[in-house]
Design a protein around this ligand. Structure first.
Ligand SMILES: NC(=O)c1ccc[n+]([C@@H]2O[C@H](COP(=O)([O-])OP(=O)(O)OC[C@H]3O[C@@H](n4cnc5c(N)ncnc54)[C@H](OP(=O)(O)O)[C@@H]3O)[C@@H](O)[C@H]2O)c1
Length: 289
């Protein structure tokens, strides 16, 4: 069983390699800004994009961690470290101008920062909802509004927005997180429709469980961080594989794409949601941990 899985992983890596070669490295010499680059999915994207020859601007609050990522890259000369707290809304206009000034142009922005929530609707304090909406939704809206004039002027640009499978389907204990991620779909679907004429692309990523530290920082009903990792996340798709799936999907020009282990319960739930939503809602209500 183990060796079969190993063959599958190696085979998928081989396919990834061939696909990128055939596409002639779609990100080579492109400038990419990753917000939320210091760990998990963002870090894996940074490492994969650096390997592909992209010029990178890496942002998040933890400058030390960003520098570690830069220093471990064989192409560190193509990486700018650009610390940013996306919750400092009044700084985002100036930060955006600085980011565009680094290389004179940005081809693609990954809006990936965020955290999750755990708690019943009854117990989750309104303050937790507000914090999650600020980090997972409003910060994206504000930064997008600051970036948009640059993309319009360039007549090109790609917003890649990390939503979640929770942005499609609400499950028990995730009301704050699911609400913020659902809101992203409304906002970015409108943005895509409005700005396609300006050469702007929008891709929404809807990951299932990815093996990162996200559950450690997750806010509980009273607003305190969970402080431990979920088994479901630890058993999720490795972040590096998630990054490879994301980059493949972007090269294929997807508007919205599921990222995660294939043919699992969470993957199949998306099909069920489309085909037979009432049945899915019945299944989901039995999922209280
Ligand atoms: N892991 C999963 O199973 C999963 C599933 C679906 C969706 N997602 C989404 O994927 C995205 C990345 O999460 P992850 O799983 O990779 O978790 P993670 O390892 O905890 O990464 C979160 C990132 O967000 C950054 N961040 C948090 N607050 C920030 C702030 N105020 N300003 C700037 N950056 C901030 C963190 O950097 P600093 O701490 O350095 O600021 C870090 O780089 C999130 O949007 C999450 O909702 C994850």
């Amino acid at each position: 069983m183990y060796s079969n899985q190993l063959y599958l992983v190696e085979f998928s890596q081989f396919l990834y390699f061939c696909e990128l070669k055939l596409m002639k490295n779609p990100f080579k010499n492109k400038t990419v800004w990753i917000v939320g680059a210091s760990s998990g999915i963002g870090q894996a994207l940074a490492e994969n994009l650096s390997e592909q020859g992209a010029r990178l601007i890496l942002s998040s609050r933890n400058e030390e961690k960003l520098n570690e990522i830069k220093n471990s890259s064989s192409k560190s000369e193509n990486i700018k470290i650009f610390p940013l707290d996306i919750l400092k809304f009044n700084e985002l206009e100036e930060k955006t101008a600085q980011a565009f000034a680094f290389f004179g142009k940005i081809d693609c922005v990954f809006l990936n920062s965020g955290t999750s929530s755990r708690g019943t609707v009854l117990e989750t304090q309104i303050d937790v909802h507000q914090k999650i909406m600020n980090l997972d939704y409003f910060s994206y809206v504000i930064l997008t509004q600051k970036i948009l004039p640059f993309f319009i002027k360039q007549k090109s640009g790609h917003f890649v927005v990390t939503s979640s499978i929770m942005g499609k389907i609400g499950t028990p204990l995730r009301s704050a997180y699911a609400a913020a991620k659902h809101a992203l779909h409304g906002f970015y679907d409108c943005l895509r429709a409005e700005t396609a004429k300006d050469g702007i692309r929008v891709t929404l990523l809807t990951p299932g469980h990815i093996s990162t530290e996200i559950s450690f920082h997750t806010l509980t009903a009273d607003g305190s961080p969970k402080g431990m990792n979920d088994e479901t996340h630890q058993n999720g798709l490795p972040a590096d594989k998630a990054a490879q799936q994301i980059l493949r999907a972007l090269a294929r020009n997807k508007n919205e794409v599921y990222i995660g282990k294939k043919l699992t319960q969470e993957h199949l739930s998306l099909f069920l949601f489309r085909l037979c939503p009432d049945l899915l809602h019945k299944i989901v209500r039995k999922k209280i941990p």
